[in-house]
Unconditional design. Structure first.
Length: 131
């Protein structure tokens, strides 16, 4: 009874600490990406997160880079997100956002195969503006 409850609480707390620490690593990797122009470390850190935390982590990283007006870098990260999370609304939102705001750069970065495989316009149209 009580021992099991305490054990479960301890495990949940530990999982929360690990997830919080990993999100800190994602933020650090995002700042590094802004400095060196490479998104690989951001993607690696996000890939290490629990599956359910990845959409939010990608969204935060993309938003940070996008708002820093590093659109080419953001679009590279959007591509990585789309390849991993194409069924998630947030991925479709960002793909659509990139196509609308930076159409030439987005189409060049995404490429035809990516667009055919990962872009889902019907989902993207329903996403609104929550990025």
């Amino acid at each position: 009874g009580t021992a099991l409850f305490i054990t479960v609480l301890a495990l949940l707390g530990l999982a929360g600490l690990v997830a919080t620490r990993r999100m800190g690593l994602v933020r650090t990797a995002t700042e590094r990406a802004l400095a060196d122009g490479e998104v690989g470390s951001v993607v690696e850190e996000i890939d290490e997160l629990p599956e359910g935390a990845r959409p939010n982590a990608f969204n935060l990283a993309v938003r940070t880079i996008w708002d820093s007006h590093r659109r080419g870098l953001a679009i590279e990260l959007i591509r990585a997100m789309g390849e991993r999370l194409s069924g998630e609304w947030i991925a479709q939102y960002w793909i659509r956002q990139a196509l609308e705001v930076e159409p030439g750069l987005a189409r060049e970065t995404f490429g035809e195969t990516f667009m055919e495989r990962y872009y889902k316009p019907r989902i993207a149209q329903q996403c609104g503006t929550f990025g």
